[in-house]
Ligand binder design. Structure first.
Ligand SMILES: NC(=O)c1ccc[n+]([C@@H]2O[C@H](COP(=O)([O-])OP(=O)(O)OC[C@H]3O[C@@H](n4cnc5c(N)ncnc54)[C@H](OP(=O)(O)O)[C@@H]3O)[C@@H](O)[C@H]2O)c1
Length: 333
Protein backbone atom coordinates (compact mmCIF):
# COMPACT_ATOMS: atom_id res chain seq x y z
CA UNK A 1 0.00 0.00 0.00
CA UNK A 2 1.43 3.40 -0.95
CA UNK A 3 1.40 6.50 1.23
CA UNK A 4 -1.28 8.04 -1.00
CA UNK A 5 -3.75 5.32 -0.16
CA UNK A 6 -6.02 5.47 2.80
CA UNK A 7 -7.32 3.11 5.44
CA UNK A 8 -10.76 3.83 6.86
CA UNK A 9 -11.10 2.63 10.45
CA UNK A 10 -14.70 2.41 11.66
CA UNK A 11 -15.09 2.57 15.45
CA UNK A 12 -11.82 4.40 16.08
CA UNK A 13 -12.87 5.49 19.59
CA UNK A 14 -13.23 1.86 20.67
CA UNK A 15 -10.77 -0.39 22.49
CA UNK A 16 -9.66 -2.15 19.31
CA UNK A 17 -10.25 0.76 16.92
CA UNK A 18 -7.71 2.94 18.73
CA UNK A 19 -5.07 0.23 18.51
CA UNK A 20 -5.81 -0.27 14.81
CA UNK A 21 -5.38 3.45 14.11
CA UNK A 22 -2.00 3.32 15.89
CA UNK A 23 -0.98 0.16 14.02
CA UNK A 24 -1.62 1.76 10.63
CA UNK A 25 1.50 3.84 11.27
CA UNK A 26 2.76 6.92 9.46
CA UNK A 27 2.92 5.25 6.03
CA UNK A 28 -0.73 5.75 5.26
CA UNK A 29 -3.45 8.25 5.92
CA UNK A 30 -6.08 6.95 8.32
CA UNK A 31 -9.64 8.16 8.12
CA UNK A 32 -11.07 7.48 11.53
CA UNK A 33 -14.81 6.88 11.41
CA UNK A 34 -16.83 7.21 14.58
CA UNK A 35 -20.50 6.82 15.32
CA UNK A 36 -21.02 10.54 14.62
CA UNK A 37 -20.28 10.00 10.90
CA UNK A 38 -21.17 6.33 10.35
CA UNK A 39 -23.83 5.13 12.74
CA UNK A 40 -23.99 1.44 11.87
CA UNK A 41 -27.36 1.11 13.53
CA UNK A 42 -28.73 3.80 11.20
CA UNK A 43 -27.02 2.30 8.18
CA UNK A 44 -28.60 -0.99 9.06
CA UNK A 45 -32.16 -0.27 10.06
CA UNK A 46 -35.02 2.04 9.40
CA UNK A 47 -34.89 5.21 11.43
CA UNK A 48 -37.99 5.97 13.53
CA UNK A 49 -40.83 7.45 11.51
CA UNK A 50 -40.30 11.15 10.95
CA UNK A 51 -42.88 13.67 12.10
CA UNK A 52 -41.95 15.81 9.10
CA UNK A 53 -43.50 15.26 5.68
CA UNK A 54 -41.52 12.59 3.81
CA UNK A 55 -40.61 14.99 0.98
CA UNK A 56 -38.92 17.36 3.43
CA UNK A 57 -36.65 14.65 4.85
CA UNK A 58 -35.49 13.07 1.61
CA UNK A 59 -32.03 13.88 0.26
CA UNK A 60 -31.63 15.20 -3.29
CA UNK A 61 -33.06 12.78 -5.90
CA UNK A 62 -29.68 11.90 -7.39
CA UNK A 63 -28.29 10.85 -3.98
CA UNK A 64 -31.48 8.97 -3.28
CA UNK A 65 -31.28 7.06 -6.56
CA UNK A 66 -27.64 6.15 -6.01
CA UNK A 67 -28.56 4.23 -2.89
CA UNK A 68 -31.60 2.36 -4.18
CA UNK A 69 -29.65 -0.85 -4.60
CA UNK A 70 -28.76 -0.87 -0.91
CA UNK A 71 -32.16 0.14 0.38
CA UNK A 72 -33.73 -2.67 -1.61
CA UNK A 73 -31.42 -5.28 -0.21
CA UNK A 74 -31.44 -4.53 3.47
CA UNK A 75 -34.54 -5.49 5.37
CA UNK A 76 -36.37 -2.77 7.15
CA UNK A 77 -34.83 0.27 5.55
CA UNK A 78 -37.37 3.03 5.13
CA UNK A 79 -37.29 5.94 2.73
CA UNK A 80 -37.93 8.68 5.29
CA UNK A 81 -34.62 8.68 7.12
CA UNK A 82 -32.60 11.75 6.22
CA UNK A 83 -29.86 10.81 8.67
CA UNK A 84 -29.70 7.30 7.29
CA UNK A 85 -29.21 8.69 3.81
CA UNK A 86 -26.61 11.13 5.07
CA UNK A 87 -24.61 8.31 6.70
CA UNK A 88 -24.81 6.16 3.61
CA UNK A 89 -23.94 9.07 1.35
CA UNK A 90 -20.95 9.98 3.47
CA UNK A 91 -19.56 6.45 3.44
CA UNK A 92 -20.44 5.90 -0.21
CA UNK A 93 -18.82 9.15 -1.32
CA UNK A 94 -15.66 8.43 0.67
CA UNK A 95 -15.35 5.04 -0.99
CA UNK A 96 -16.34 6.35 -4.41
CA UNK A 97 -13.53 8.94 -4.27
CA UNK A 98 -11.18 6.02 -4.88
CA UNK A 99 -8.48 6.72 -2.28
CA UNK A 100 -9.65 4.24 0.34
CA UNK A 101 -8.25 0.80 -0.39
CA UNK A 102 -9.05 -0.86 2.92
CA UNK A 103 -11.85 -0.54 5.47
CA UNK A 104 -11.27 -2.03 8.93
CA UNK A 105 -14.59 -2.30 10.74
CA UNK A 106 -14.00 -2.24 14.52
CA UNK A 107 -17.38 -0.65 15.25
CA UNK A 108 -20.13 -2.61 16.86
CA UNK A 109 -22.65 -3.01 19.62
CA UNK A 110 -20.51 -4.66 22.30
CA UNK A 111 -22.53 -4.64 25.55
CA UNK A 112 -23.18 -8.37 25.81
CA UNK A 113 -25.66 -8.18 28.71
CA UNK A 114 -27.49 -5.07 27.52
CA UNK A 115 -28.05 -6.70 24.13
CA UNK A 116 -30.45 -9.18 25.77
CA UNK A 117 -32.90 -6.36 26.50
CA UNK A 118 -32.36 -4.40 23.26
CA UNK A 119 -31.81 -7.03 20.56
CA UNK A 120 -32.91 -4.66 17.80
CA UNK A 121 -30.05 -2.26 18.52
CA UNK A 122 -27.52 -5.11 18.56
CA UNK A 123 -28.85 -6.56 15.32
CA UNK A 124 -29.01 -3.17 13.61
CA UNK A 125 -25.33 -2.44 14.28
CA UNK A 126 -23.74 -5.89 14.29
CA UNK A 127 -25.78 -7.55 11.57
CA UNK A 128 -27.42 -5.10 9.20
CA UNK A 129 -24.85 -2.35 9.74
CA UNK A 130 -21.98 -4.78 9.15
CA UNK A 131 -23.72 -5.99 6.00
CA UNK A 132 -24.24 -2.43 4.74
CA UNK A 133 -20.54 -1.66 5.11
CA UNK A 134 -19.61 -4.86 3.25
CA UNK A 135 -22.07 -4.08 0.45
CA UNK A 136 -20.57 -0.61 0.00
CA UNK A 137 -17.04 -2.03 -0.04
CA UNK A 138 -18.08 -4.57 -2.68
CA UNK A 139 -19.65 -1.88 -4.81
CA UNK A 140 -16.53 0.28 -4.75
CA UNK A 141 -13.92 -2.48 -4.97
CA UNK A 142 -12.55 -1.76 -1.50
CA UNK A 143 -11.05 -4.46 0.72
CA UNK A 144 -12.67 -5.07 4.12
CA UNK A 145 -11.54 -6.51 7.43
CA UNK A 146 -14.53 -7.21 9.66
CA UNK A 147 -14.11 -8.07 13.37
CA UNK A 148 -16.15 -10.79 15.08
CA UNK A 149 -16.06 -12.80 18.30
CA UNK A 150 -15.60 -16.12 20.10
CA UNK A 151 -19.15 -15.62 21.44
CA UNK A 152 -20.46 -17.14 18.21
CA UNK A 153 -19.62 -20.52 19.84
CA UNK A 154 -21.59 -22.41 22.49
CA UNK A 155 -18.53 -23.32 24.57
CA UNK A 156 -19.07 -27.08 24.52
CA UNK A 157 -15.79 -27.91 22.73
CA UNK A 158 -12.81 -29.32 24.58
CA UNK A 159 -10.20 -28.38 22.03
CA UNK A 160 -9.61 -24.91 20.58
CA UNK A 161 -12.27 -23.86 18.07
CA UNK A 162 -11.17 -23.88 14.45
CA UNK A 163 -12.61 -21.61 11.78
CA UNK A 164 -14.68 -24.44 10.28
CA UNK A 165 -16.27 -25.57 13.56
CA UNK A 166 -20.02 -25.04 13.69
CA UNK A 167 -21.05 -21.83 15.43
CA UNK A 168 -23.97 -21.90 17.89
CA UNK A 169 -24.23 -18.61 19.78
CA UNK A 170 -25.85 -18.55 23.22
CA UNK A 171 -26.68 -14.84 23.38
CA UNK A 172 -28.30 -12.05 21.37
CA UNK A 173 -24.85 -10.46 20.97
CA UNK A 174 -23.38 -13.72 19.65
CA UNK A 175 -26.26 -14.19 17.22
CA UNK A 176 -26.01 -10.62 15.99
CA UNK A 177 -22.29 -11.08 15.32
CA UNK A 178 -22.73 -14.45 13.60
CA UNK A 179 -25.43 -13.04 11.34
CA UNK A 180 -23.16 -10.08 10.66
CA UNK A 181 -20.43 -12.47 9.52
CA UNK A 182 -22.93 -14.16 7.23
CA UNK A 183 -24.04 -10.89 5.62
CA UNK A 184 -20.43 -9.70 5.22
CA UNK A 185 -19.52 -12.96 3.46
CA UNK A 186 -22.62 -12.80 1.30
CA UNK A 187 -21.97 -9.24 0.10
CA UNK A 188 -18.18 -9.43 -0.10
CA UNK A 189 -16.80 -12.99 -0.28
CA UNK A 190 -13.24 -11.64 -0.37
CA UNK A 191 -13.59 -9.91 3.01
CA UNK A 192 -11.36 -10.96 5.87
CA UNK A 193 -13.46 -11.83 8.93
CA UNK A 194 -11.35 -11.90 12.09
CA UNK A 195 -12.77 -13.55 15.21
CA UNK A 196 -11.00 -12.49 18.36
CA UNK A 197 -11.71 -12.73 22.09
CA UNK A 198 -11.39 -11.27 25.59
CA UNK A 199 -9.71 -8.02 24.56
CA UNK A 200 -7.57 -5.87 26.83
CA UNK A 201 -5.46 -2.87 25.89
CA UNK A 202 -4.89 0.83 26.40
CA UNK A 203 -7.34 3.66 26.08
CA UNK A 204 -10.67 2.26 27.22
CA UNK A 205 -12.07 0.30 30.17
CA UNK A 206 -11.72 -3.45 29.80
CA UNK A 207 -11.65 -6.58 31.98
CA UNK A 208 -8.07 -5.93 33.14
CA UNK A 209 -8.64 -2.28 34.11
CA UNK A 210 -11.82 -3.27 35.95
CA UNK A 211 -9.88 -5.90 37.93
CA UNK A 212 -7.22 -3.32 38.82
CA UNK A 213 -9.86 -0.82 39.92
CA UNK A 214 -11.58 -3.42 42.13
CA UNK A 215 -8.30 -4.51 43.72
CA UNK A 216 -7.33 -0.93 44.53
CA UNK A 217 -10.34 -0.68 46.84
CA UNK A 218 -8.46 -3.23 49.01
CA UNK A 219 -11.55 -5.42 49.34
CA UNK A 220 -11.79 -9.06 48.15
CA UNK A 221 -14.01 -9.69 45.13
CA UNK A 222 -15.21 -12.66 43.10
CA UNK A 223 -14.38 -13.62 39.51
CA UNK A 224 -15.73 -16.63 37.61
CA UNK A 225 -13.39 -19.59 37.24
CA UNK A 226 -15.66 -21.58 34.91
CA UNK A 227 -15.27 -19.43 31.79
CA UNK A 228 -12.13 -20.19 29.82
CA UNK A 229 -11.02 -18.29 26.75
CA UNK A 230 -8.20 -16.62 24.82
CA UNK A 231 -7.19 -13.29 26.41
CA UNK A 232 -5.93 -11.00 23.65
CA UNK A 233 -3.96 -7.75 23.60
CA UNK A 234 -5.44 -5.15 21.24
CA UNK A 235 -1.95 -3.96 20.25
CA UNK A 236 -0.94 -7.44 19.00
CA UNK A 237 -4.31 -8.00 17.36
CA UNK A 238 -4.31 -4.62 15.61
CA UNK A 239 -0.84 -5.13 14.16
CA UNK A 240 -1.86 -8.51 12.76
CA UNK A 241 -5.14 -7.12 11.38
CA UNK A 242 -3.42 -4.25 9.57
CA UNK A 243 -0.71 -6.56 8.20
CA UNK A 244 -3.23 -9.06 6.87
CA UNK A 245 -5.58 -6.36 5.60
CA UNK A 246 -2.81 -4.72 3.62
CA UNK A 247 -1.85 -8.07 2.12
CA UNK A 248 -5.43 -8.69 1.02
CA UNK A 249 -5.98 -11.80 3.15
CA UNK A 250 -9.53 -13.11 3.00
CA UNK A 251 -11.85 -15.66 4.58
CA UNK A 252 -12.47 -16.48 8.21
CA UNK A 253 -9.63 -16.24 10.71
CA UNK A 254 -9.25 -16.85 14.44
CA UNK A 255 -6.76 -14.28 15.72
CA UNK A 256 -5.88 -14.31 19.43
CA UNK A 257 -2.85 -14.38 21.69
CA UNK A 258 -1.57 -17.91 22.26
CA UNK A 259 -2.69 -19.85 25.32
CA UNK A 260 -5.83 -20.03 27.42
CA UNK A 261 -7.01 -18.85 30.81
CA UNK A 262 -10.07 -18.66 33.00
CA UNK A 263 -11.32 -15.21 33.97
CA UNK A 264 -10.14 -16.05 37.49
CA UNK A 265 -6.59 -16.86 36.30
CA UNK A 266 -6.48 -13.74 34.16
CA UNK A 267 -7.56 -11.62 37.14
CA UNK A 268 -4.98 -13.16 39.48
CA UNK A 269 -2.16 -12.78 36.94
CA UNK A 270 -3.17 -9.16 36.41
CA UNK A 271 -2.81 -8.39 40.09
CA UNK A 272 0.45 -10.33 40.44
CA UNK A 273 2.05 -8.43 37.55
CA UNK A 274 0.71 -5.10 38.83
CA UNK A 275 2.20 -5.74 42.29
CA UNK A 276 -1.20 -6.04 43.96
CA UNK A 277 -2.43 -8.96 46.09
CA UNK A 278 -3.75 -11.78 43.85
CA UNK A 279 -5.54 -13.30 46.85
CA UNK A 280 -8.05 -10.45 46.68
CA UNK A 281 -9.61 -12.37 43.79
CA UNK A 282 -11.87 -15.22 44.93
CA UNK A 283 -13.32 -17.84 42.59
CA UNK A 284 -17.03 -17.93 41.82
CA UNK A 285 -19.25 -19.53 39.20
CA UNK A 286 -21.13 -18.20 36.21
CA UNK A 287 -24.38 -19.49 37.75
CA UNK A 288 -23.77 -17.53 40.96
CA UNK A 289 -23.21 -14.35 38.98
CA UNK A 290 -26.50 -14.73 37.05
CA UNK A 291 -25.61 -12.25 34.30
CA UNK A 292 -28.40 -11.51 31.78
CA UNK A 293 -26.51 -13.03 28.81
CA UNK A 294 -25.25 -16.61 28.65
CA UNK A 295 -21.56 -16.91 27.78
CA UNK A 296 -19.64 -19.85 26.36
CA UNK A 297 -17.93 -21.79 29.16
CA UNK A 298 -14.94 -22.68 26.99
CA UNK A 299 -14.25 -20.58 23.90
CA UNK A 300 -10.52 -20.91 23.29
CA UNK A 301 -9.78 -20.13 19.62
CA UNK A 302 -7.32 -22.06 17.48
CA UNK A 303 -5.06 -19.44 15.88
CA UNK A 304 -2.99 -21.74 13.69
CA UNK A 305 -4.39 -20.50 10.40
CA UNK A 306 -3.47 -16.94 11.41
CA UNK A 307 0.03 -18.07 12.42
CA UNK A 308 0.54 -19.65 9.01
CA UNK A 309 -0.61 -16.49 7.22
CA UNK A 310 1.53 -14.23 9.42
CA UNK A 311 4.56 -16.52 9.30
CA UNK A 312 4.77 -16.72 13.10
CA UNK A 313 2.53 -17.41 16.09
CA UNK A 314 1.06 -14.55 18.10
CA UNK A 315 2.77 -13.87 21.47
CA UNK A 316 1.30 -15.65 24.49
CA UNK A 317 -1.42 -13.85 26.43
CA UNK A 318 0.80 -13.76 29.53
CA UNK A 319 3.62 -12.07 27.66
CA UNK A 320 1.07 -9.65 26.21
CA UNK A 321 -0.45 -8.93 29.62
CA UNK A 322 3.00 -8.14 31.02
CA UNK A 323 3.73 -5.74 28.15
CA UNK A 324 0.37 -4.06 28.64
CA UNK A 325 0.65 -3.66 32.40
CA UNK A 326 4.27 -2.58 32.38
CA UNK A 327 3.64 0.17 29.87
CA UNK A 328 3.66 3.61 31.51
CA UNK A 329 0.09 4.40 30.65
CA UNK A 330 -1.34 1.31 32.34
CA UNK A 331 0.80 1.71 35.47
CA UNK A 332 -1.06 4.95 35.92
CA UNK A 333 -4.48 3.41 35.12
N1 LIG B 1 -14.02 -6.45 23.68
C1 LIG B 1 -13.88 -7.74 23.48
O1 LIG B 1 -13.52 -8.49 24.42
C2 LIG B 1 -14.17 -8.34 22.13
C3 LIG B 1 -14.00 -9.73 21.99
C4 LIG B 1 -14.22 -10.29 20.73
C5 LIG B 1 -14.61 -9.51 19.67
N2 LIG B 1 -14.80 -8.18 19.84
C6 LIG B 1 -15.23 -7.40 18.70
O2 LIG B 1 -14.22 -6.46 18.41
C7 LIG B 1 -14.81 -5.28 17.85
C8 LIG B 1 -14.33 -4.07 18.63
O3 LIG B 1 -14.71 -4.25 19.98
P1 LIG B 1 -14.22 -3.26 21.13
O4 LIG B 1 -13.97 -4.06 22.32
O5 LIG B 1 -13.17 -2.35 20.59
O6 LIG B 1 -15.56 -2.46 21.37
P2 LIG B 1 -15.79 -1.00 21.98
O7 LIG B 1 -14.64 -0.57 22.80
O8 LIG B 1 -17.14 -1.06 22.59
O9 LIG B 1 -15.82 -0.11 20.68
C9 LIG B 1 -16.84 -0.24 19.75
C10 LIG B 1 -16.82 0.99 18.87
O10 LIG B 1 -17.95 0.90 18.03
C11 LIG B 1 -18.61 2.15 18.06
N3 LIG B 1 -20.04 1.94 17.85
C12 LIG B 1 -20.93 1.37 18.66
N4 LIG B 1 -22.14 1.39 18.09
C13 LIG B 1 -21.99 1.98 16.90
C14 LIG B 1 -22.87 2.32 15.85
N5 LIG B 1 -24.17 2.04 15.92
N6 LIG B 1 -22.37 2.94 14.76
C15 LIG B 1 -21.06 3.24 14.66
N7 LIG B 1 -20.17 2.97 15.63
C16 LIG B 1 -20.64 2.35 16.72
C17 LIG B 1 -18.36 2.70 19.44
O11 LIG B 1 -18.56 4.10 19.39
P3 LIG B 1 -18.58 4.99 20.73
O12 LIG B 1 -17.13 5.20 21.05
O13 LIG B 1 -19.29 6.20 20.27
O14 LIG B 1 -19.31 4.18 21.76
C18 LIG B 1 -16.92 2.30 19.64
O15 LIG B 1 -16.05 3.25 19.05
C19 LIG B 1 -16.32 -5.50 17.88
O16 LIG B 1 -16.72 -5.98 16.63
C20 LIG B 1 -16.49 -6.61 18.92
O17 LIG B 1 -17.64 -7.37 18.65
C21 LIG B 1 -14.58 -7.57 21.06
Amino acid sequence: MTAAEEILVLGHHGLLGRAVVDACGPGCRVIAGGRESFDLARLGRAAPPSSQPVAATLPPPEADQRLDWLRDELTGLGPSAADLHAGLDHLASLLAAGQVRLVINCAGYTDVDQAESEPEAALAANTQGAGAVARLCARHGVRLVHVSTDYVFDGQARRPYREDDPARPLSVYGRSKLEGERLVREHLPSALIVRSAWLFGPGRANFVTKILAQARTGRAFAVVDDQVGSPTFTVDLALAIVTLGRRGASGLLHLVNVGQASRFELARQTLAIAGLDPELVRPTTTAALAAPAARPAWSVLDGRRASRLLGQPQPTWLDALRRYLLSTEEKEA
